[in-house]
Design a protein around this ligand. Structure first.
Ligand code: MIC
Ligand code: SF4
Length: 630
């Protein structure tokens, strides 16, 4: 079997030991909330210019400039990009994944991005992977990205979506069937005759939210639909055909598009999926349309078409965040924008906005229906808000009725015509031209870990349950995000939504360890969820299992991720227990060993590669590389 993913991986593999491959990276992307750290790390590597074919730095998360912090970061990002040969996408251009799809994604290429929704570009036939900023910094310096051998899951699409059912419902269906851990260690590859009915932005909605399955990436072939999209964006020359040779995948999931109906993820997990018709009638305070999952021109034209000549429900607040400047200006050009405004929508900036809690928090105990991809507790900025995730169609029907509504009740589905040619305007994507780096007072130096010491001991500072997300570990939102370049300050908020005493206790005890359940660290790629705990002296995290990117980030910053051999041991551990790990430096080379927790022996397993062992011993990846370079 040679799948699309395998074809791309094969042409980019520089070493393969049967377990892990080293992959050359053609393109990188960063966004502002992870970018400042990534570029500070890149600077530490002392490479004069990026070595990739293309690297782009986007500003889309921290665009609320309340005080100088975010603006300071933007200046640093602009000038560091100019110095090192990186394109700089200014605030206002739009969400990194949408802008990248429109302008730079290329079939057959590899992309590494310091954002977990980087697989968005898989909708255009790329192997696009989310990673921590340090991995992206190393890729910019020309280093390969190490990837465990993946299973390739084929998702066979047959039939055609019915009116009012959309691409979002396809990925919600995959989530309904497999859950938020269903994609761990896997690449999801879409195939089958149903593909031709889905445009590139629709495909990108599906690959984008593959991140919520825990999948390493998701990919569509590059076919006539891809060519049509690239032509419409004046990029026909970037097209090449890329299809699977046959259909023998490691696993196959079959989805009949015609059998799908509108779906919705209930609070507080993207995997909590039910039919919209099962939850109809719930009163709703807020509806938000946008995010990298659903902010394409097609999405917003659909919303505008449905809302044209109508007014949203009096008790609902509707926000619309266009995915890019191109989307917003074209929507303005065809009258869609005025239909939205007249219907009562609040038009926000082309940015992540409410998706990352940058404003628009719902009221206390409020219900918010969002076309986004994550609804973890507290992410919206209101701890007790109930956030649902749906398609644009369901969101609009709900905004009109003030209650969760199955969009099929709206009658005839409006036909949405897509332009054959999109407006092209790259004037606000700034080309590098050298110059000095500007570092505002918010840019604090990178904290560096110490090498692994042979005897580790400490207290269990916190015990948490399953599916703890990086939004729990290192919350975002308008108050905390501006501190992304200042680890001492941001570390004050570690685990704030779980236990507000965590920071002070960690400081008082001089660090310790954390105990987690299954899928620890799911969600975003933010390395601050490892860096800030490292700064607070966290030496190890014990868990039943870890999410891929977070585990890599823990290792990159020298925190030991230890997996219980017997998940039942988790039950016996209490907060405050004492942990002793003797001779750890030699032990981490073993696949299994025991540690003492509250005086009892507990077995843990390691799946660390040789390289990861080296990184952990050095106290982190940067220590290793900076040492090599010196
Ligand atoms: C997210 O959706 O959680 C984010 C914000 O885009 C993160 C990155 C970050 O925390 O900066 C992600 O998905 O990786
Ligand atoms: Fe931005 Fe939300 Fe997409 Fe993350 S998921 S990149 S915060 S729009």
């Amino acid at each position: 079997m040679v799948s699309v993913a395998e074809k791309i991986i094969k042409t980019h593999t520089i070493s393969d030991d049967g377990k892990e491959i080293e992959l050359m990276i053609d393109q990188t992307l960063t966004q502002d909330a992870t970018g400042t750290m990534a570029y500070l790390q890149f600077e530490a590597l002392r490479t004069p210019k990026v070595k990739t074919e293309l690297s782009v730095s986007y500003v889309d998360h921290n665009t609320l400039q309340s005080g100088p912090f975010n603006a300071d970061d933007h200046e640093y990002l602009r000038t560091v990009a100019s110095k090192y040969g990186i394109l700089f996408s200014k605030a206002g251009n739009g969400i990194c994944h949408q802008v990248h799809l429109e302008n730079f994604a290329k079939p057959g290429k590899t992309l590494l991005g310091s954002d977990s929704h980087t697989p968005n570009a898989g909708g255009l036939g790329m192997v696009a992977i989310g990673a921590g900023g340090l991995d992206v910094a190393l890729a910019m310096a020309g280093q390969p990205f190490t990837l465990k051998k993946q299973k390739i899951v084929g998702v066979k699409l047959t039939g055609k979506l019915k009116p009012w059912v959309s691409a979002k419902d396809v990925i919600l269906e995959v989530l309904r069937r497999t859950g938020v851990k269903g994609g761990v260690g896997k690449i999801m590859e879409y195939f089958g005759e149903g593909l031709k009915t889905l445009s590139v932005p629709e495909r990108a909605t599906i690959t984008n939210m593959g991140a919520e399955l825990g999948a390493t990436t998701s990919v569509f072939p590059s076919d006539d639909v891809t060519l049509k999209f690239l032509k419409a964006h004046g990029r026909e020359k970037d097209w090449s055909e890329l299809t699977a040779d046959d259909e023998s995948y490691d696993e196959v999931i079959e989805i009949d598009l015609a059998a799908l109906e509108p779906l919705i993820a209930k609070p507080h997990s993207p995997g909590n999926v039910v039919k919209v018709s099962d939850v109809e009638g719930v009163d709703v305070n807020q509806v938000c349309i946008g995010s990298c999952t659903n902010s394409s021109l097609k999405d917003l034209k659909t919303a505008a078409k449905i809302l044209k000549g109508k007014t949203i429900h009096p008790t609902v607040s509707l926000t619309v965040s266009p995915g890019s400047k191109q989307v917003l200006s074209m929507l303005a050009g065809d009258g869609g924008l005025s239909a939205l405004v007249k219907a009562g929508a609040r038009i926000l900036e082309c940015a992540c906005g409410p998706c990352i809690g940058m404003g628009q928090s719902p009221p206390s105990r409020g219900v918010s229906v969002r076309t986004f991809n994550r609804n973890f507790e507290g992410r919206s900025g209101t701890k007790d808000a109930q956030v649902y995730l749906s398609s644009v169609e369901t969101a609009v029907a709900t905004a009109l009725n003030g209650k969760l509504t199955d969009p099929r009740k709206l009658g005839e589905y409006p036909a949405v015509e897509m332009p054959l040619l999109f407006d092209k305007d790259e004037s606000t994507i700034i080309k590098p031209s050298g110059g000095d780096i500007i570092r505002g007072p918010n840019i604090k130096p990178l904290p560096i870990n110490t090498p692994l010491s042979d005897n580790l001991s400490g207290e269990v500072l916190l015990k948490v349950g399953d599916d703890i997300s990086t939004d729990h570990i290192m919350p975002a939102g308008s108050k905390i995000l501006p501190l992304r370049s200042n680890i001492p300050e941001i570390s004050k908020y570690v685990f704030e939504v779980v236990d507000s005493t965590f920071h002070d206790r960690a400081k008082e005890k001089g660090g310790g360890v954390i105990v987690g359940g299954a899928n620890y660290g799911q969600g975003s790629s933010r390395e601050h969820a490892a860096l800030a705990p490292m700064y607070l002296g966290i030496k190890a995290v014990f868990a039943k299992s870890f999410a891929r990117i977070h585990m890599a980030n823990l290792i990159n910053f020298g925190i030991l991720p230890l997996t219980f051999k017997n998940p039942k041991d988790y039950d016996h551990i209490k907060q405050g227990d004492n942990i002793v790990i003797e001779d750890i430096v030699s032990k981490i080379e073993n696949p299994e060993y025991t540690v003492k927790i509250a005086g009892k022996d507990v077995s843990v397993t390691n799946t660390f590669s040789k390289k990861q062992v080296e990184i952990l011993k050095a106290g982190g990846l940067l220590n290793l590389h900076v040492k090599c370079i010196k």
